[in-house]
Design a protein around this ligand. Structure first.
Ligand code: CA
Ligand code: CA
Length: 156
């Protein structure tokens, strides 16, 4: 099994991040330095990774920012073959308990950010694109992403 996200192309709902660049999300650096994350604007934002081919995905690991003790809100991770995420969308994780991001009520737990990231069990779902949402944290209304790993096996 390998980290299929490493060095893959990243897109986002935020076309002009406040600080940093989207490539930081898949560059392998998971440190808590101020230059290790991309910072997106407030409200619900997402980053999306194109794995370049379909894959069987067993785990997604997300690091928002772990320089400060904080809990991110509306953490939602989805997998799809559709880059626009309009059809055949599989939800891997969702802790938006009040549906403030509008993707449905999630029952997963909120958690504190740590240097280990948050490992989410993807149960072998298949798809090419991975999208991760958030809606600020207990520390800031902004959305920071340090790294996302996608562990699985390439298909076809
Ligand atoms: Ca990084
Ligand atoms: Ca919410």
């Amino acid at each position: 099994m390998q980290n299929l996200a490493f060095k893959k192309k990243v897109t986002s709902s935020d076309k002009s991040p406040i600080t940093g660049t989207l490539d930081l999300v898949t560059d392998g650096d998971k440190e808590s330095n101020d230059n290790s994350f991309v910072e997106l604007h407030r409200r619900t934002q997402w980053v999306q990774i194109d794995l370049e081919r379909r894959a069987k995905i067993y785990a997604v690991v997300v690091w928002h920012a772990h320089n400060t003790f904080q809990v991110y809100h509306d953490v939602i991770v989805q997998v799809s073959d559709d880059p626009d995420f309009t059809q055949n969308v599989i939800t891997v994780y969702n802790n938006d308990y009040d549906n403030s991001s509008g993707l449905g009520v999630g029952t997963d737990k909120e958690y504190f950010e740590t240097y280990e990231g948050r490992l989410m069990d993807a149960k072998g779902v298949e798809g090419r694109y991975v999208r991760a949402y958030s809606r600020g944290s207990t520390y800031s209304a902004l959305n920071r992403y340090t790294e996302i790993e996608v562990w699985g096996l390439p298909l076809d």
